[in-house]
Design a protein around this ligand. Structure first.
Ligand SMILES: [Cu+2]
Length: 410
């Protein structure tokens, strides 16, 4: 019986895009329940958890008898940057550069500074920033946003690949500037910025009576030195750009035309502290309710922890990397949010029924519910404006193999 099942699964794997997973029992009972404090062991735990999510995805799709929709035949598989071949990496960054050359769809009366299709996405994120972070839509909104960006690369720029992700833990372990995704080569997402002298640390928050959070600066700070995005223009923002030494740079609503170079300040200390393998495994294993999961991931304000989400953002540093509102202006944003989405995907599949349904949503329509707003539900509409469409409901965004989606992660 067991033999037959294995053969059947192997056949399915050979004939389709099924996620290759070893033929183990793969029951949830064998999975770790507590994050290991040891980095190497935590990496191993993450591999096990991702494998379980892959197996669950394969089983769900194999059992799906519907003729249309997502199946093992059309499932796309998102992979980690370093596992892509050089031509695959180049194809991805070429498509991003193409999106930066296509004209914007946003009317200049709405976002005067949006000059390209790439900017349509940045502008939409700026406009909605107060409703999509520390809110009920955070995870689903960014899932739809990242997927829509991937679709634009494919449908408008001839990209044949899949959205890659940035694994902060493996990248941080070797040092960001040494990792394939950020080494500054022609096959990276560009690397560090030119070194500039810093006037002090990054100081976050301190509002609402909460203690401020201090982050070190990194090894760059200026314009990116090499790689595909060396000549790119960041057109929008800044809106809430944290500056070394404290304080923020704000250019009004961030929607006017403000062309400047892409700056990075790669900060190993930040990625190693907040987005290491133990922190990722903890985020997946500890929170049982989605409220706790989202808060752990984004960092509980006042706790001194910026979470794995904040860890990735502040590890890239620079402008717009340290600007919550304008952050998609750094193309690395989408590989970061693919990893965020991967963590959510793994967490969801540990308890698929509960976590992809109504109980998988918590929060309201505003940042930390300020000002108070209605609870987010399965019927809440997500609208990406001129960046992409159509508007969808939260219900459509809860599974990566349902609604508009048909993808999984390795
Ligand atoms: Cu965001």
């Amino acid at each position: 019986m067991r033999f037959t099942t294995s053969v059947a699964l192997c056949l399915v794997a050979a004939l389709s895009n099924a996620i290759p997973t070893p033929q183990t029992d793969g029951s949830a009972a064998d999975l770790p329940t507590q994050a290991s404090p040891d980095e190497a062991q935590a990496l191993e735990q993450l591999a096990q958890l991702a494998e379980f999510a892959g197996q669950t995805t394969n089983e769900t799709l194999a059992a799906n008898k519907k003729r249309d929709g997502c199946s093992l035949g059309n499932l796309s598989i998102r992979r980690e940057w370093s596992t892509l071949s050089k031509p695959q990496r180049k194809a991805y960054t070429d498509a991003v550069l193409c999106l930066q050359k296509l004209p914007a769809r946003t009317p200049s009366s709405v976002i005067p500074g949006a000059k390209s299709r790439f900017d349509d996405f940045v502008g939409t994120h700026i406009q909605q920033a107060n409703y999509i972070h520390y809110s009920g839509t955070f995870l689903a909104w960014h899932r739809y946003f990242t997927w829509s960006y991937e679709q634009a690369l494919r449908n408008e720029c001839g990209y044949n690949g899949v959205q890659p992700y940035w694994n902060w833990a493996s990248s941080g372990a070797v040092g960001l500037a040494n990792s394939a995704i950020l080494d500054g080569s022609a096959y990276s997402m560009s690397g560090d910025g030119q070194y500039v002298e810093k006037t002090g640390d990054i100081i976050l928050g301190g509002a609402e009576g909460l203690p401020p959070l201090v982050l070190p600066t990194g090894s760059g700070g200026g314009c990116v030195k090499s790689g595909p995005f060396v000549n790119m223009s960041v057109n929008l923002g800044p809106v809430g750009l944290s500056l070394p030494g404290g304080g923020y740079e704000v250019n009004g609503d961030g929607l006017s035309y403000n062309p400047r170079c892409l700056k990075r300040d790669l900060t190993d200390a930040v990625v190693r502290k907040y987005s290491n393998a133990t922190a990722i495994a903890y985020t997946i294993l500890k929170p049982q309710e989605v409220y706790d999961f989202q808060m752990t991931m984004q960092g509980v304000p006042g706790s001194g922890n910026i979470g794995i989400h904040g860890g990735g953002h502040y590890a890239m540093g620079g402008d717009p990397g340290r600007d919550v509102n304008t952050s998609p202006g750094d193309p690395l944003f989408y590989t970061h949010h693919a990893m965020i989405d991967r963590v959510w995907w793994i967490w969801q599949l540990l308890d698929k029924k509960e976590r992809t349904g109504a109980k998988g949503i918590s929060g309201t329509g505003t940042f930390l519910n300020m000002p108070p707003s209605a609870n987010t539900t399965l019927d809440t509409v997500i609208d990406l404006g001129y960046a992409a469409g159509p508007p969808v409901t939260m219900r459509d965004l809860m599974s990566t193999t349902d609604g508009p989606f048909c993808y999984a992660y390795l």
